[in-house]
Design a protein around this ligand. Structure first.
Ligand code: SAM
Ligand code: SF4
Length: 349
């Protein structure tokens, strides 16, 4: 699936022990506005992107979140990952705006433990559960995200599978990644998903591999439990078709790569009409897509071992253009080791 992961804000009202959080927003200058999202949405639509995921920070902190979602309503798959704290108020409006499914983070079923993990008060647990219930009643498809943390919630993996099955929610069990605060906490809190995997291998009715990230999916008790194991996993990267958009409009080829990006906001602001902005944004996306490569590649013979997508998604999952018209005025939006490459590119207009 060709997908865009768009962060709507860097701010968060939670302080999870394993996640980087920048606190509540003070001002929103610098964030992409609706007019920018309209161009970006149209560009991704013309490039046949299928899946849009809104995330953060906490996406529901954006006051105009419903309006942003509505700009992307025509994509086949529109989803959001949220901590659920503000979901009760917004779930039904989000559904009406075009959201199809929601992933709610629920790292414990014990209120005090939930509060410890998320840096909130125990009452937030009930509030998140209410949000989940409302989302389900409105008609949103709900899945849960559970990050497995050594010595903190690793005794709850079976409980969360049973809870998800009882309520008809799919479940993502996620390995801690060494990003943000997760990098400092990694050595003490990281836990392989091996024990959970053994449990699922023994009890599930059916197992398949999802295209996105080659994630294993287990069908058990009427739900799908998906394991998210990106750390040091070249097969995960081999199945990646995601681009990442920051709240300020920087488009990156990968969650883990920060030194290559194009500035879509600057490109749109410099354009004189919607049509010009659209053309320039499409060129920038194609340019960036051409810089994709797997983040984890060690020990992997791509030609022999990974029959899956040896070429796409890393180079050609978007339609080829005869000529890439990436304009001179935009070259300062490309940072890092590919600057030289862009300067020398024969395809520059
Ligand atoms: N604030 C929202 C939330 O918590 O669901 C959305 C943003 S959060 C960055 C997206 C997902 O990534 C959440 O399920 C969160 O638990 C998970 N996450 C955050 N930091 C992580 C880390 N270092 N390792 C693994 N998962 C992480
Ligand atoms: Fe906030 Fe989500 Fe990070 Fe927790 S995981 S601090 S809720 S952004």
């Amino acid at each position: 699936m060709r997908s865009l992961r768009a962060s709507l804000t860097r701010a968060c009202n939670f302080k999870c022990i394993f996640c980087h959080s920048e606190g509540m927003p003070k001002e929103e200058d610098g964030l992409l506005r609706i007019k920018h999202y309209e161009v970006i949405s149209q560009a991704f639509k013309l490039l046949d992107v299928e899946s849009i995921k809104f995330t953060g920070g906490e996406p529901l902190l954006r006051k105009d979140v419903v309006e942003v979602v509505s700009v992307f309503s025509e994509f086949p798959d529109v989803s959001m990952t949220t901590n659920g704290y503000l979901l009760n108020d917004k779930a039904c409006n989000l559904l009406e705006a075009g959201l199809k499914r929601v992933n709610v983070s629920l790292h414990s079923l014990k209120p005090n433990r939930f509060a410890y993990i998320t840096g909130t008060s125990p009452s937030s647990f009930e509030r998140v559960l209410t949000g989940i219930k409302t989302a389900k009643e409105c008609g949103l498809r709900v899945a849960l995200n559970f990050v497995l943390l050594k010595g903190i919630n690793d005794d709850e993996a079976i409980d969360i599978i049973e809870f998800a099955a009882k309520n008809g929610f799919n479940l993502h069990i996620i390995e801690l990644h060494p990003v943000g605060k997760g990098a400092q906490a990694f050595s003490s809190l990281h836990n392989q998903l091996d024990a959970v995997k053994r449990y699922l291998e023994e009890r599930s009715d059916y197992k398949r591999t999802r295209d996105l990230h080659n994630r294993p999916q287990y069908y058990i008790n009427g739900i799908v439990v998906e394991l998210v194991e990106p750390v040091g996993n070249p097969y995960f990267c081999a199945g990646c078709t995601r681009l990442r958009l920051s709240p300020e409009g920087l488009l990156y080829p990968c969650l883990n790569i920060n030194d290559i990006h194009v500035n879509l906001r600057a490109i749109i602001d410099k354009s004189e009409s919607f049509e010009e902005a659209l053309e320039n944004v499409i060129d920038a996306i194609l340019y960036l897509n051409d810089l994709r490569k797997p983040y984890y590649m060690w020990n992997l013979d791509f030609e022999k071992k990974v029959k899956i997508r040896t070429k796409p998604p890393f180079r050609s999952w978007l339609p080829k253009r005869a000529k890439l018209q990436f304009r001179r005025s935009h070259t300062n939006t490309v940072k890092g080791r590919d600057e030289e490459r862009l300067r020398n590119s024969p395809s520059r207009g």
